[in-house]
Design a protein. Structure first.
Length: 116
């Protein structure tokens, strides 16, 4: 028996890595999954295909979760497609490739939340 049957999940940053694994794991447990991605449409489509190929329900929605309007749209899409929202996994991240010791304290505490 699938533990999450009839549940709906949104996973942000689900086009690759940990987010894709979480989305696929939720799908394997029976949840319908909204796979969020910011720029990697192909990766999001792979996540959706993996869930669908295993018999689950999923779809991909592009959105930058640092923008409040995109967040509202993601939640709207989940509710309009599946009728509800039960699980939110906020996996999206902002990252920069460079050695840790080169980061300033301000950059370390950076938040990318924008309201417009």
């Amino acid at each position: 028996m699938q533990k999450l049957m009839n549940r709906v999940a949104v996973v942000t940053g689900a086009s690759k890595g940990i987010g894709a694994a979480i989305a696929q794991g939720l799908g394997a447990e029976g949840a319908s999954v909204l796979v969020n991605y910011s720029s990697d449409r192909a990766g999001a489509n792979r996540s959706v295909a993996a869930i669908s190929d295993a018999g689950g329900r999923a779809f991909a929605v592009q959105g930058d979760v640092s923008k409040i309007e995109d967040v509202k749209r993601l939640l709207f899409e989940a509710k309009s497609r599946f009728g509800r929202l039960d699980i939110l996994v906020n996996n999206a991240a902002v990252f920069t490739y460079r050695p840790f010791e080169q980061f300033t304290e301000e950059e370390f505490h950076r938040r990318r939340i924008r309201t417009s």
